[in-house]
Design a protein around this ligand. Sequence first.
Ligand code: ADP
Ligand code: MG
Length: 259
Amino acid sequence: DRGADPLLSVDQALMQFGGLKALAGVDLTVRPGTIHGLIGPNGSGKSTMMNVLTGIYRPTGGSVTLARGQGTKRLDGRTPSEIAAAGVARTFQNVQLFREMTALENVLVGLHHSFRGTLFDAILGTPRRRREEREQRARAMAILDFVGLGALAQVEARNLPYGKQRLLEIGRALALDPVLLLLDEPAAGLTAPDIAELTTIIRKIRDAGITVILIEHHMDVVMGLCDRVSVLDFGHKIAEGSAREVQADPKVVEAYLGS
Ligand code: ADP
Ligand code: MG
């Protein structure tokens, strides 16, 4: 049953900073087409896991493997751009947009990674180049519509309300055409209506066939969205299961109370 094969397999991920093991040998299996929650108290290693998965940190030990077609591809030891090209996109815990650029331009930056024109086309502005540019703008607009920002395409990122900036970050990540999207606390600092909109969009992303790993503090968002949840505490995975199961797990309750 190929459908049951994991999209992402993390085996004994170890991330050591001096004497501190931010990840102390963590296994993680993410099934395709799911929203996989990653939760845990502050400092438990969630963002470190994101940074290991996207090549910002090179793990001290263990392996990260992504399913690709009929085969697999090792991601550990690769650069962030190689990992992005393999189909893994992310947003950051703190919004990182090009603030002076419009929403549309921010998404176009993401798309340019996949631009196929030659230098010759770029210098001479050939018909092929102009056609590709039109297509890129149409794709960028489609992505903005998908995240509910179509009407704000020409607004500079810094002038968007905070909730819209978070959606734009997701749009820019989607421009990479990922198979796996990593979201690091996307609901942090958002109002209740913004969280409702975000939740709808994350569900739409999953329904479009993109697998999602979601780091989130809001337990109601985790409960409403996640097909499966892994819980970290002090760099160890202490629980895993459905959102309902982990929420009722005494080890999880204790970890949060102790924090
Ligand atoms: P979380 O995202 O779950 O709140 P982090 O992954 O950011 O936790 O951090 C886990 C632990 O690793 C913390 O103790 C943090 O201080 C430490 N840590 C994370 N990144 C670094 C780094 N670059 N250098 C040193 N320590 C780090
Ligand atoms: Mg974090």
